[in-house]
Design a binder for this molecule. Structure first.
Ligand code: HEC
Length: 167
């Protein structure tokens, strides 16, 4: 093989590695890429306001509209009752829309995601990772977990069946 051809093949191999690498970082985590097929726990419920009193200016604030999806691993705990202790692998995905019109149009909402990565007998902030978007890397996030500590007694998850019963 001519030297030129070897160089060309080398360049192609390097280029495709770069392209694949880029695609991987821009891809949603496989644990939640299919979240739209999960149970939408907010179906038929009021999806706006500030029912917990903790939303502040995050999650599109009190005038925003939101929907929450829970995966198969977490759904039994979410629909069960206290004491809450989500199994490892539980994922909650929250869609948020700036207003009712955007919510009804169901365009491409902002997403916030939480995933349980480890277990303990009592709820512990270290067990959860937070991702501020579909392709964002889930991390321990003091901003997210700080506020979600208000839901400590229900394993850092505000929205569950018991909560809906109070509405
Ligand atoms: C200032 C408080 C606050 C902060 C900061 C916050 N959240 Fe929340 N989050 C809430 C409240 C309150 C709810 C309950 C539903 C509602 O009122 O919209 C909620 C709900 C959620 C839910 C649905 C499950 C549940 O707990 O009901 C997810 C997922 C979520 N938040 C992820 C995140 C992520 C990721 C971050 C950080 C980027 C974050 N949150 C930051 C207050 C907060």
């Amino acid at each position: 093989m001519k030297l030129q051809n070897i160089k060309l093949i080398g360049t192609i191999v390097v280029l495709s590695a770069v392209i694949t690498g880029c695609a991987a970082t821009g891809t949603a985590d496989e644990r939640w890429v299919e979240y739209r097929s999960w149970t939408k726990i907010t179906e038929g419920r009021v999806s706006t306001g500030d029912p917990t009193g903790f939303v502040g200016t995050v999650h599109a604030g009190p005038t925003g509209y939101r929907d929450i999806f829970v995966n198969k691993i977490g759904i039994a705990t979410n629909q069960g009752s206290a004491p809450y202790n989500y199994p490892v692998g539980s994922v909650l995905v929250k869609e948020q829309y700036k207003d009712k019109a955007a919510w009804e149009a169901q365009g491409s909402p902002d997403l916030t995601i939480m995933v349980k990565v480890s277990a303990s007998a009592a709820p512990d902030a270290k067990n959860w990772r937070y991702a501020p978007g579909l392709t964002a890397k889930p991390e321990e996030n003091a901003f997210c977990s700080g506020c979600h500590t208000a839901a400590l007694s229900s394993d850092f998850v505000f929205t569950n069946e018991d909560f809906f019963k109070t509405q």
